[in-house]
Write a protein that binds this ligand. Structure first.
Ligand code: IPM
Ligand code: MG
Length: 353
């Protein structure tokens, strides 16, 4: 198992370090794990002027899986767009064709009270968002800002090929088949032609999956339904931008964005695994970050890239036990209780493992 470690910026280093402690224990047990680290994002820009250096990209390509922390920081926001840390994650997704992004939103029973929504609305929640990751308005051309001050124009292009839509919808259908059998496809077909095409193709594919019930929902309504009655959803499949927004929204149903892992897979099952939260520069270096999304991302790596559902389940159970012991990092602590540190949470997971 060749794993590239890309910690990135902000809390990325701290949380990835906790995941690596677990990898070391597994290696000690005889699991054939090889790791190599490289810098990415703002850290790489500081070192060599590029957010995604050629050596880092080569390492990611050569690995079976990439364990990714987070990138970004306010000091980089004024750089030219192609030098910004975000370019690294977008470049990795595009260059390695990690097109299928799986973002689960599950409420741990121990944390049902941590959501800003009523526990009776979110308890038992288990949604999987399947987000397309290499197309849409994120990558469409033309794009830019043109004209003179006073009459400038900003423009981006929403763009999807039939092939791109088909392959992500198939991932959606297969994911639904392996879970509750219900797939909700999210679009904005009342306004946007690109998403009309999306809906048409979903209808064309549906007969290939007679065991999956397909429904369609407009993205604005989906955003509303996610906070009104989130448990109506099983698997949601959608494009890059809608998926970006809806997955942040869904994360809050669970109480903390600090809990949510993700997998970004290519057609062969190689993948990049990252927490869905960002680099949180405001708390970086203070030992306050929640390492669980990173650790759970690593569990997804064992399940999806390495076919080791046993190791994935062991790690997930260890996380559950750490939570059951009462430990909480600041983001999930109940008001008035004392939060634990990043390393204390990591240690609790290790012990449970
Ligand atoms: C995410 C992030 C990224 C995205 C940013 C950092 C480019 O928000 O992974 O959801 O928009 O895809
Ligand atoms: Mg996002």
């Amino acid at each position: 198992m060749k794993i590239a470690l890309l910690p990135g910026d902000g809390i990325g280093k701290e949380i990835l370090a906790e995941a690596v402690r677990i990898l070391e224990v597994l290696r000690g047990e005889g699991v054939a794990i090889e790791t190599e680290a490289a810098s990415v994002g703002g850290a790489a820009y500081d070192e060599c002027g590029e957010p995604l250096p050629a050596a880092t990209l080569a390492l990611a390509r050569d690995a079976d899986a990439v364990l990714f922390g987070a990138v970004g920081g306010p000091q980089y926001d004024t750089l030219p767009r192609d030098k910004r840390p975000e370019k690294a994650i977008l470049g990795l997704r595009q260059e390695c064709d990690f097109f299928a992004n799986l973002r689960p939103a599950t409420v741990f029973p121990e944390l049902a009270g941590a959501s800003t929504l009523k526990p009776e609305v979110v308890s038992g929640l288990d949604i999987m968002i399947v987000r397309e990751l290499t197309g849409d308005i994120y990558f469409g051309q033309p794009r830019g800002i043109s004209g003179e001050k006073g009459s400038r124009v900003g423009f981006n292009t929403m763009h999807y090929t039939e092939a791109q839509i088909r392959r992500i919808l198939h991932v959606g259908f297969r994911t639904a088949r392996a879970r509750g059998g219900r797939l909700t496809s999210v679009d904005k077909m009342n306004v946007l032609e690109t998403t009309q095409l999306w809906r048409d193709i979903a209808e064309e594919i549906a007969p290939e999956y007679p065991d999956v019930t397909l429904s369609h929902i407009l993205v604005d309504n989906c955003a509303m339904q996610l906070v009104r009655n989130p448990r109506q959803f099983d698997v949601i499949v959608t494009g890059n931008m809608f998926g970006d927004i809806l997955s942040d929204e869904a994360s809050m149903l669970t109480g903390s964005i600090g809990m949510l892992p993700s997998a970004s897979l290519d057609a062969e099952g190689k993948g990049l695994y990252e927490p869905i939260h960002g680099s949180a520069p405001d708390i970086a270096g203070k030992g306050l970050a929640n390492p669980l999304a990173q650790i759970l991302s690593m569990a997804m790596m064992f399940r999806y890239t390495f076919g080791r559902a046993d190791l994935a389940a062991r790690i997930e159970t260890a996380v559950r036990r750490a939570l059951a012991s009462g430990l909480r990092t600041a983001d999930i602590a109940e008001p008035g209780t004392k939060p634990c540190s990043t390393a204390e949470m990591g240690t609790a997971v290790l012990k449970a493992l």
